[in-house]
Design a protein around this ligand. Structure first.
Ligand code: EPU
Length: 416
């Protein structure tokens, strides 16, 4: 299994380009199931989760034609409307095929995702919404078996904000008979990117980006071309890494407005942040201050940035209270950060982080994607060598992370 070796060697400096967003790419790939014509995607990131999703779609009859700049995905016919356990257990986002398959084929069998490292993550909202649209759903042998000759529009109020739940129902509603209204919908920018892609395919989706999304069903969708939005979490991760090392970087090809809450916290920590339409410049000359963080659905502070900020708070002046409200088990990086010398106490879903003067390199274990990113940041500021094991988590969601960080001056290498 690959490991990363990082030797803390001072400030990150230079320019780095944002890749396409993983969490926009995954639902958008599934949108290809809604049409028999090609969906051409630009700015698709090279990630393990994207390869896994493509493999799943191929099993269902998709053909993919990829060159250096774009991927053309075509599903002339769905050969089997099944997402098997073997695929879903490796990537929960596989649940995103459920809505499109049901809408296109009238039937779908998708394995129930089990629990996951960061929480229980049930999919009851996806199921409840499809039932409201007329689907008959049985849970049998570990699978969701859904049948609906044609889905019909409905008004659905989510019990909590769910990103993939919103995306699944939005895709299903595109081919339903009549109008669907999604209330308490997720406002994450990736939901908006999916809506843009669906509209380019001929769907009628309004209100994405607000908590009420209205979809007028149409009989069929056509092929389209779409450019995947930049990855705001990757951008945020580089900015936090630069701040923690007291460096100065510019992230290009990104969208600053999708990162408001994160940029605000970086400023509060003492970094200078300047934005242009498609780039963000950060300079962290002064010592950093610890900042309190409470995760919540967009536009508030994202759970996907909590671990990275914990690494920053670990070496900032003062004490930070960090509360995770989205997932019940997303503080697993605490134990590993402690191995590097961080002073962190956990009570329930709250971590109290007391800044220390220095971290020291050690061997640590990545437990999930964003936890891995926090260990990389901690490794960049720690004295001596940090070795991070199980970095396959990192490869799921960060494109060429060691090359990008090395380009900013980090001493980082992969041990295979
Ligand atoms: N929830 C339910 N029932 C449901 C759906 C969700 O109880 O039917 C709960 C979850 O257990 C959780 C909360 O609602 O406590 C929010 O979960 P959500 O459904 O929004 O998460 P998700 O859609 O499974 C996406 C991202 C995650 C990101 C979360 C929150 C994708 C592919 N994944 O997950 O990304 O953390 O939204 O913003 O979009 C990551 O990239 O590292 C990652 C985990």
């Amino acid at each position: 299994m690959d490991k990363l070796s990082i030797v803390g060697n001072g400030p990150l400096r230079g320019e780095v380009r944002a890749s396409g967003a993983k969490n926009a790419a995954l639902p958008i790939l599934c949108a290809a199931l809604l049409s028999a014509e090609p969906l051409v995607l630009e700015n698709l990131p090279h990630l393990r989760d994207v390869s896994t999703m493509l493999e799943l779609l191929r099993q269902m009859g998709a053909s993919a034609d990829q060159d250096a700049t774009q991927l053309a995905l075509t599903v002339p016919q769905v050969s089997q409307a099944v997402a098997p356990y073997e695929m879903v257990k490796t990537m929960r986002a596989s649940i995103l095929v459920l809505g499109p398959l049901l809408a296109r084929c009238g039937e779908a069998r998708v394995s129930l995702p089990g629990g996951c490292a960061i929480g229980m993550r049930p999919v009851d909202q996806h199921i409840k919404g499809l039932e409201a649209m007329g689907a008959e759903i049985r849970l049998e042998h570990g699978y969701i078996h859904a049948v609906a000759r044609r889905l019909r529009g409905a008004r659905i109020v989510f019990d909590m904000v769910t990103v993939t739940g919103t995306e699944n129902l939005m895709m299903a509603a595109c081919l339903a008979q009549g109008e669907t209204i999604l209330e308490n919908a997720a406002r994450e920018p990736e939901v908006g990117d999916l809506a843009d892609c669906l509209n380019a395919m001929g769907a009628q989706v309004r209100g994405a980006g607000t908590d009420t999304i209205v979809i007028a069903g149409v009989p069929a969708l056509r092929g389209a071309r779409h450019r995947i939005m930049p990855d705001r979490i990757e951008t945020g991760t580089f900015l936090v890494a630069a701040a923690a090392t007291r460096g100065e970087i510019t992230v290009t090809g990104t969208r600053a407005q999708a990162l408001d809450a994160v940029l605000e916290k970086l400023r509060e920590a003492g970094a200078e942040v300047n934005v242009a339409p498609d780039q963000i410049h950060l300079k962290a000359g002064k010592p950093l201050r610890a900042v309190n963080v409470r995760t919540a659905p967009y536009p508030a502070f994202p759970t996907d940035m909590q671990a990275q900020f914990m690494a920053l708070n670990a070496i900032a002046a003062g004490t930070a209270v960090m509360t995770e409200t989205i997932f019940e088990n997303r503080l697993m990086h605490v134990q590993e950060l402690r191995r590097l010398g961080a002073d962190i106490e956990v009570e329930g879903n709250t971590a109290v982080v007391k800044g220390v003067a220095r971290l020291t390199g050690a061997r640590v274990m990545a437990t999930d994607l964003r936890a891995s990113a926090s260990l990389v940041i901690a490794g960049l500021v720690a004295e001596g060598e940090t070795q991070i094991e199980r970095i396959y988590h990192l490869d799921r969601g960060y494109e060429a992370i060691e090359q990008k960080l090395a380009g900013l001056g980090a001493s980082i290498r992969r041990i295979t």
